[in-house]
Write a new protein. Sequence first.
Length: 119
Amino acid sequence: MFARMTILLVKPEHIESAIRLYRTSVVPEAKKQRGYRGACLLVDRPAGKGISVTFWRSERDALANEKTLFYQEQLVKFLGFFAGPPIREGYTVEVHSLAPPEKKTRPKTEPKQERRSPR
């Protein structure tokens, strides 16, 4: 697996808008790309810094969507939010571990009391 990391410096007043755009536009479009395996957005709100990590089946898949300009088209969506130029790096994923989702438990409710009709 291959990971593309993009470090983003965002104007602090645009952090929430950038997160929303990433969630509602970048991720759905990335899911359509060949070899896509997932995405993660890390945010330091006070610093105005974000780190996008996208996971790809291979480095070849990650580079292919740069050749089709997919990557560049996603960055353009954030132009008004940037406080500095994005920095892109790529890494081979050697260890990847996620805990299974926590089970949601239903709150316990009081058993309903049966109503008996008077005899």
